[in-house]
Design a binder for this molecule. Structure first.
Ligand SMILES: Nc1ncnc2c1ncn2[C@@H]1O[C@H](COP(=O)(O)OP(=O)(O)OP(=O)(O)O)[C@@H](O)[C@H]1O
Length: 252
């Protein structure tokens, strides 16, 4: 059993030393979170990136987050991953979180592919023995061959991506968090990656995916939430939410 429970979760980003022209631009912007003046400090504005976020996800829930740029989708994923702490509200996570963001955690360009996999595994709380068992899978899927033993500063960006993807998808995800799916390198790798991704998602108990692709949301999710300026405007069935988002975009 896994569960994610959020009750009135709020996240603020205070911005110090905002110049007058920048503050004016922030207040006039069409995208982003809700921006508030700080009553006490004149040179400070507060971006209310998430306001009163409340929802519960249980086993089998695959939630797609949709909304304009700066609506709060990535911030919400990062709160779920424990990267940002809410300023108020309650967050209950029951299950192992696997964040599948753009890169490996703790990535060091001077370390080899193998060393980076070990660091990332330890950061994910895996035992040495468990890491040893996933290394052959990472070697085989990434097809990096001899490069696995070289510092990753010698890799192309697509090769780093292969390593990160092969590692992340070798895990057994409880609660899977994804930003925009993940880029997948060259055409042949992209095809293999799509298949592996499908199996990987199938193994996870809960998925939260932030994406601007309706196609991705439809193919991976069974629920969706429409975010606007840090709020959840609506949550429910994927088709209904995508329709509401489309109406919102065309009203703007
Ligand atoms: N580290 C930060 N410092 C200050 N403000 C931030 C920070 N991270 C995000 N924000 C602000 O929080 C708000 C929400 O941003 P977030 O990245 O969560 O949006 P998003 O919905 O993921 O957008 P996109 O679709 O463009 O990726 C925005 O107004 C953004 O400017």
């Amino acid at each position: 059993m896994s569960a994610l429970v959020l009750e009135n979760v709020n996240v603020d980003f205070p911005i110090y030393g905002a110049q007058r022209s920048f503050r004016k631009a922030l207040f006039e912007r069409a995208t982003g979170g809700f921006v508030q003046r700080d009553a006490k400090k004149n040179d400070r504005v507060v971006v209310k990136a998430l306001t009163d976020i409340t929802f519960t996800l249980n086993d089998g829930d695959r939630l797609g987050l949709v909304g304009h740029n700066g609506a709060g989708k990535s911030t919400l994923l990062r709160v779920l991953a424990g990267v940002y702490q809410p300023v108020s509200g309650r967050l209950l996570v029951d299950g192992d979180i696997t964040p599948l963001f753009d890169t490996l955690p703790g990535l060091d360009p001077e370390d080899t592919g193998y060393e980076n996999i070990i660091t990332a595994g330890l950061l994910f709380g895996l035992s040495r023995e468990r890491i040893e068992t996933i290394i052959p899978d990472v070697e085989q899927f990434s097809e990096l061959g001899e490069y696995m033993g070289l510092p990753i500063r010698t890799y192309s960006s697509g090769m780093v991506l292969r390593l990160g993807f092969a590692f992340a998808t070798a895990m057994h995800p409880g609660i899977l968090l994804m930003d925009e799916g993940i880029g997948a390198g060259d055409a042949r790798f992209a095809e293999r990656a799509a298949k592996r991704m499908e199996e990987f998602i199938g193994r996870s108990r809960i998925v939260v995916l932030a994406s601007h692709s309706n196609h991705l949301i439809r193919s991976m999710c069974n629920k969706a939430a429409l975010m606007e300026s840090g709020h959840i405007r609506a949550i429910g069935n994927v088709d209904d939410i995508l329709k509401q988002y489309d109406e919102l975009v065309h009203r703007a």
